[in-house]
Design a protein around this ligand. Structure first.
Ligand SMILES: C[C@@H](C(=O)O)C(=O)SCCNC(=O)CCNC(=O)[C@H](O)C(C)(C)COP(=O)(O)OP(=O)(O)OC[C@H]1O[C@@H](n2cnc3c(N)ncnc32)[C@H](O)[C@@H]1OP(=O)(O)O
Length: 300
């Protein structure tokens, strides 16, 4: 009786955590017209967003539109949303690598789309669509890495900030070129960049549209490591090896570690502490915890 009540409580807590994570920032109440912008995106087809889920719990998300330096067409924005939903439902997942096809990361929105939706209503809807998607991406219970080869420009630079970590290859760059477009970031990249590098550095990168090479990125704490290879397959292998160090272990524990950090990053202290308590409760007395107790490991 007590056990079944405990199990029910645990289940409710888990559902509450999942619901919070998947919540969209914008709804109709904010003037957001999702169906309208989705219909518009359908008109601008090309490229794809591909996902492969590996047995080791690492997902590989490929931005695939190399003839436009992996710029986001309308259908790619729609596919990104679908792949994020797929990743939210991937219970065995522990990590995610995002990279671009053809040795370059992503050059932001397809400028043909930008031109065609340059009115205010479409622009706001596109902004809210991408903020919703990238916020859900950031909150995935997966440790995520942007593998930056070649260029991450505009919206591409913004996308890297929705990942937990950035790894750069020699000669690559991250550049917020928005000011040259008469804009500021609209996919949430400004707010996220500020939290990664601090307000002074973020302001410099945005106002100067500064080209951030791997050395500068390391200094700023924008990049975790400069990989040794610029070759696509070799760099991907290096990124896999880097990420594996952090994803080794039971999925329940790795996912919970990411969730604790994700809520700590976003919520005020008291709310973060309460959520941490809920996440802790999903692990305490669970299989990984009991097995560890039985093994009595020493951490020398
Ligand atoms: C504001 C933000 C948002 O929506 O919120 C955005 O992301 S706006 C988008 C911000 N991104 C940009 O403004 C990127 C503009 N593109 C560039 O600066 C450059 O193409 C680079 C990305 C630096 C790459 O230069 P690189 O000399 O290596 O190659 P390239 O210029 O020959 O590019 C190869 C082909 O890809 C196309 N291409 C590159 N980026 C594109 C983009 N974002 N939209 C549409 N086409 C694009 C080029 O026009 C070219 O096609 P053709 O050979 O047919 O000419």
């Amino acid at each position: 009786m007590v056990l079944s009540m405990w199990k029910n409580l645990l289940q409710t807590t888990k559902e509450k955590i999942i619901q919070q994570r998947r919540m969209s920032l914008y709804s109709q109440a904010h003037g957001y017209e999702e169906e309208l912008i989705k219909k518009k995106f359908q008109e601008f087809a090309g490229g794809s967003i591909n996902l492969s889920k590996e047995d080791n719990g690492i997902g590989i998300l490929t931005l695939n539109n190399p003839k436009l330096m992996n710029a986001f067409t309308g259908t790619m924005m729609l596919e990104l949303q679908e792949r994020v939903t797929e990743l939210e439902n991937w219970k065995e997942g522990k990590g995610l690598i995002i990279y671009g096809a053809g040795n370059t990361f992503c050059s932001g929105s397809d400028l043909n789309v930008v031109k065609a939706i340059s009115n205010s209503q479409d622009g706001m809807n596109m902004c809210m669509f991408m903020q919703n998607t990238l916020t859900r991406l950031m909150r995935l219970p997966l440790i995520s890495v942007a593998l930056v080869q070649g260029k991450a420009i505009g919206g591409g630079a913004e996308l890297t900030t929705a990942c937990d970590f950035r790894l750069m290859t020699p000669g690559s760059e991250i550049r917020f070129v928005h000011k040259f477009m008469g804009l500021v970031p609209g996919w949430g990249g400004g707010a996220r960049l500020m939290r990664i590098v601090g307000s002074g550095a973020a302001l410099q990168l945005l106002s100067g549209a500064i080209r951030v090479d791997p050395e500068r990125a390391l200094r700023l704490g924008l990049s975790e490591e400069t990989l040794s290879s610029s070759d696509e397959a070799a760099a991907l292998e290096e990124a896999r090896a880097w990420l594996s160090q952090h994803t080794e272990g039971p999925a329940s524990v790795i996912r919970a570690a990411k969730e604790v950090v994700a809520v700590g990053r976003e919520l005020p202290m008291e709310a973060a502490l309460r959520t941490e308590k809920d996440i802790f409760g999903t692990l305490w007395g669970g299989p990984a915890n009991l097995q560890a107790l039985a093994r009595r490991p020493k951490h020398k």
